[in-house]
Design a protein. Sequence first.
Lengths: 331, 331
Amino acid sequence: MTLQDAIAAVRPLDQDGLALAKRRLDRLTKPLGSLGRLEELAARYVAITGEERPPIPRAAIVTFAADHGVTDEGVSAYPRAVTAQMVLNFLKGGAGVNVLAAHVGAEVRVVPGTRNWAREPAMTREEAVRALEIGVTLAREAVHDGIGLLGTGDMGIGNTTASAAITAVLTGQPVAVVTGRGTGVDDAGLARKVAVIEQALRTHRPDPTDPIDVLVKVGGFEIAGIAGLILGAAACRRPVMLDGFITGAAALIAAGLQSLCREYLIASHLSVERGHQAVLKKLELRPLLDLDLRLGEGTGACLGIGLVHAAIKVLTQMATFDEAGVSERTL
Amino acid sequence: MTLQDAIAAVRPLDQDGLALAKRRLDRLTKPLGSLGRLEELAARYVAITGEERPPIPRAAIVTFAADHGVTDEGVSAYPRAVTAQMVLNFLKGGAGVNVLAAHVGAEVRVVPGTRNWAREPAMTREEAVRALEIGVTLAREAVHDGIGLLGTGDMGIGNTTASAAITAVLTGQPVAVVTGRGTGVDDAGLARKVAVIEQALRTHRPDPTDPIDVLVKVGGFEIAGIAGLILGAAACRRPVMLDGFITGAAALIAAGLQSLCREYLIASHLSVERGHQAVLKKLELRPLLDLDLRLGEGTGACLGIGLVHAAIKVLTQMATFDEAGVSERTL
């Protein structure tokens, strides 16, 4: 499926499914609406997939990894080699995302990229489209394998720098407002990071109305892959659980290419990385969790997947007032 | 174990265990502190139990149910009979707490009470102490059965009224500030509820320095049982996952009897029921979740238990930098 085909295949949510789900939720043995956002999640899952009484979906976290040559500018607390070392850690099962994915019964699929960006553009336009299409293909393959819920993850030393640049361009916020400490740079490192991004935006002038141009100028291969995964999942009517700041920046790219994507997104958590607030505001998403996370990899997405599973169990496994013989409200 | 024995048995947390847990968390393959509140949860679990590398604890939700005669005053949207009907629903496995407890692998233990309160005090002092001691005993039995993590739950049409009365007395906040819509009363019902509580406080004058007197005057049997469960769990060095407003009001009683209890408490979520904010502020607890829940039963506690399990898995299952051969920070 080409990128254009995926963009064209995304449809609005199923409003009949949404209404049906809400009707059932209101018949369950609990005060109306008293399971709050779990009820919203369940209804949204039905509206996205069109499955009226969905089985508990198999979930997969797709974690995209890529190098960022911008690390040469001293924007990260860790050396660039850590990206590849962490990919090995993912494959051996020792990383945070492995532990938390297993906790919610999700599998982890790791997709490494290989190219760098520094003082020249991050990639060519053809490379950006190819990376997006790899993401689309991975989403379609996962759905073909029976995955009903896709989580996004990232690994890339330097990628909060790229994400801050993307966020500044696509939200219109000042660089200093959307740039945080990433893996933990000190004040001098943070000032350097802001200066590097401001300089790159002045030099490359990414076009905010052309998300592919933004990827080309200041993106990263993992960010392009995640954006493609989102488009592919939406085209296949499967929800996407976002992780934190990097996958949020990728969602800005995806929503820029097809605004209907937003309806397929669930924000798992609000990251400590400060640019994430601007991302979620632009996407009009309210995060499920606020646990001071800033690891990435898909760790927050795992916790969000656990909540979707809980929500679907509420919808499909709780007794109704009739079934349980419980009196209804009198007041 | 008598109530006085339980109160005397509660000790401060193990600070050496806390330091050991933090040291290990800092060796795991992730930026320092980047799993935020999951790291805090894991360290606190170690400090509470003294287990340096704890197994994933078996968890139980203990849901206390009781009637409240104050429902005669028209303070609830549902008839009083629903309490007993819902106990049957719990036993048949069709309620929200059953579904969400199963989701996190926890068992549900249901403890029904039988007495009412209306225009006379809720119970005698002897009854209050007996209900507290039932809670202590249930906690000790659960720990003896191998339960490592206790969740609290409640069921009782009318019990947001009792909880609002307790919260007003023990936090000093005005009744109107801590009284919410419970199962969903309308504006007239809410005004009636506030008036009923204000009248009861004027008539009975519960002594805020004597938590047992507060239970006697405006409490409920399930609230006394939950308070006892908290004291018993703390005496046995086991953490207690609070649910929402009712179990929070019970925690105010427990903390009034033994302030060290607070260190053993984890607040699973912030309820929509408005008095809950005042409860958590008084207990100095920050809720893990904010999902617009207001069902009670222990449903929020279930979701919190899932996060504690995730946190302990992070502590005990993630690879360290040395084990994974990942480079450490350079900046």
